[in-house]
Unconditional design. Structure first.
Length: 105
């Protein structure tokens, strides 16, 4: 087992190596994310790079939600958005990167 994981388990903080806490992976919908499945995809695919994260999230979401139009925005800086009538959406932050993914109806 990774020494970092073991260290965090001992301190009960359970932080991932990139800084996301266990509470960031809640299993219930919130105002910023109404899909636990999409949030898990995002958390797994996000990396240090906005460009790589965007491509990885997009590829995984297209496979998970076939025949749906997927949109992904990732940035290390603040951004604002309005999405109307999206049935599935999620904003997730991991370390210094924030991504927003939504499916078009």
């Amino acid at each position: 087992m990774d020494p970092m994981v073991e260290k965090f388990r001992k301190t009960r903080k359970m932080k991932h190596a990139v800084g996301a806490t266990r509470s960031q992976l809640k299993t219930e919908p919130s105002a910023k994310c109404n899909s636990v499945k999409l949030k898990k995809i995002m958390h797994q695919k996000m990396s240090f790079s906005a460009t790589i994260s965007k491509q990885m999230i997009y590829s995984a979401a297209v496979m998970t939600y076939p025949r749906r139009i997927v949109n992904v925005i990732c940035s290390r800086h603040s951004f604002s958005y309005i999405v109307v009538t999206s049935p599935i959406y999620c904003e997730h932050r991991k370390a210094r990167l924030t991504c927003f993914t939504f499916l078009q109806p």
